[in-house]
Design a protein around this ligand. Structure first.
Ligand SMILES: [Zn+2]
Length: 169
């Protein structure tokens, strides 16, 4: 799999992810400079080899409107590590309103969790307290840096030092 490149703003806040071709173009045009490379990878062209960037930083501050993480099924599953937040099951997953909609529970990051069908049915139209069920974590609204750190742990450890301070938000 081709490695992606993390792009940081001038102030080191993460801006997003680009493919390596785009990262090289930004570097060659001197719009960005590499901060870290994937040391075990190289980019070969006909007559030269390039270091394979892992993290680049833009030379100019880009004013980027805050891009929240979209509230949707996939991102909720991702936040919850694809596991039921009551029993830890990783199969037959659905979404659960912690405070049921019938009791005024909102459709929001803080009131939605991943649950297996079994727990979802057991819980029914009750709150976790009423159903005697305990959540593994309190649901939270993830930041872009949180998702990037998740990705980095699996695919790009080189990014982690640049995300560490920014994973709580
Ligand atoms: Zn469950």
């Amino acid at each position: 799999m081709e490695k992606k490149v993390l792009v940081l703003n001038l102030d080191h806040s993460p801006v997003g992810i680009v493919n390596v071709q785009k990262a090289l173009v930004l570097t060659l045009l001197e719009k960005a400079a590499p901060l870290a490379n994937f040391d075990y990878l190289t980019i070969r062209t006909v007559d030269r080899n390039f270091a394979y960037p892992a993290v680049i930083r833009l030379h100019e501050y880009k004013n980027i409107p805050y891009k929240g993480v979209m509230l949707n099924r996939n991102n909720l599953y991702k936040r919850d590590q694809h596991a039921c937040q009551y029993c830890g099951a990783e199969k037959s997953l659905t979404l659960d309103h912690v405070v049921p909609r019938s009791k005024g529970g909102k459709t929001s990051w803080k009131n939605l969790v991943t649950a297996c069908h079994r727990c979802n049915t057991l819980k029914g139209d009750k709150t976790p307290e009423q159903a005697g069920m305990k959540l593994k974590i309190l649901p939270f609204r993830p930041t872009l840096a949180y998702f990037l750190a998740e990705y980095a742990e699996r695919h790009a450890e080189e990014w982690l030092p640049f995300l560490a301070a920014k994973t709580v938000g």
